[in-house]
Design a protein. Structure first.
Length: 118
């Protein structure tokens, strides 16, 4: 019985490690795929905006830069890799849950055996 508990706990640890590795890869690939573009708006100062430092930067003669995130493309090899990683992550979740359920049943069985004998 103790060996079965050990096997179930090792299965949970391995599933957790694989899930963490997959999540790390998802984060890495999605951050590499995301792009940011900086858009500068040219402006000439007029009477109102020349005094408003939030809308006009007199040193550069432009409005402040606006950063815009471009979402990763849903086409191409990177997207299919991301989908596969998501499927793998879900499979590891099921693996962890199955090992946890086995651990719980074995623990309950062992507990009832000890209660019956004790």
């Amino acid at each position: 019985m103790i060996k079965a508990l050990n096997i179930a706990s090792q299965g949970m640890l391995q599933a957790e490690k694989r899930a963490t590795d997959i999540a790390r890869e998802i984060l890495k690939s999605s951050s590499e795929a995301a792009t940011f573009s900086r858009e500068l708006e040219s402006a000439t100062p007029d009477a109102e905006s020349a005094t408003d430092s939030t809308t006009f930067d007199p040193a550069f003669g432009t409005k402040p830069a606006t950063l815009r995130a471009t979402p990763p493309s849903t086409q191409g090899p990177g997207y299919s890799d991301l989908l596969q990683q998501m499927v793998d992550l879900k499979a590891e979740e099921h693996s962890f849950k199955a090992n946890a359920k086995a651990f719980k049943r074995i623990d309950e069985t062992l507990g009832s055996l000890l209660d019956d004998k004790g």
